[in-house]
Design a protein around this ligand. Structure first.
Ligand SMILES: [Zn+2]
Length: 194
């Protein structure tokens, strides 16, 4: 067993020993909201937004982008599980700012192993076994955090399966302070319509 697998199973055994009443939680989120945010390891939505098990839906992907898949989860979150308010939370120093669709597609085309970043550019350590499939993917990279939050809030707002009555709030999480900074233009674009 890998070191990480052992560590996770040990942590889980500890969690189980303190699980208590959580087995009785209802399936729908008790506080009736959902957060779409980045997978960045420095972000812990349970901590930065004060969530406990059973409170809310957290949908994560690279960048916290409003991809089709993320929107499908949000639609399920409201339609079947009753959430009434949604947050789009991107963050400063996001890895999605460090490359473009062409950059990642070229890197993958050359080699599938982990690339290196020297602070300016990405490069592969090896050059074999790549694949061209990356050229056909839209990676949803980010040039500007406030702009990406606005774009995503607008995209969700305008989606035909999203009811007009759900407010969508836009924020950028600051990785240096832990603070959520509102993107006012995004929250305005995400305002609920009656
Ligand atoms: Zn990120």
């Amino acid at each position: 067993m890998s070191q990480i697998v052992s560590e996770i199973l040990a942590a889980n055994a500890n969690y189980v020993s303190q699980f208590g009443e959580k087995g009785k939680l209802a399936l729908p989120p008790a506080r009736r909201f959902a957060i779409l945010t980045c997978m960045d390891a420095r972000l812990d939505p349970a901590k930065y937004a004060g969530l406990s098990e059973g409170d809310a839906h957290v949908i994560r992907n690279a960048g916290g982008r409003a991809s089709d898949d993320a929107i499908h989860s949000l639609v399920i979150s409201h339609k079947l599980l009753g959430t009434l308010e949604w947050f789009v939370i991107h963050h400063s120093n996001c890895g999605m700012e460090l490359f473009t669709d062409d950059v990642i597609a070229d890197l993958l085309d050359d080699d599938l192993g982990t690339a290196k970043f020297d602070g300016k550019a990405w490069s592969n350590s090896h050059h074999s076994g790549g694949h061209a499939a990356g050229h056909f993917v839209k990676w949803h990279t980010i040039a500007n955090q406030a702009a990406s939050v606005l774009q995503d809030v607008r995209r969700i707002r305008e989606h035909p399966l999203v009811p007009a009555g759900i407010p969508i709030y836009g924020y950028v999480y600051d990785v240096h302070s832990g603070r959520l900074e509102e993107v006012k233009e995004a929250t305005a674009a995400g305002r609920a319509k009656k």
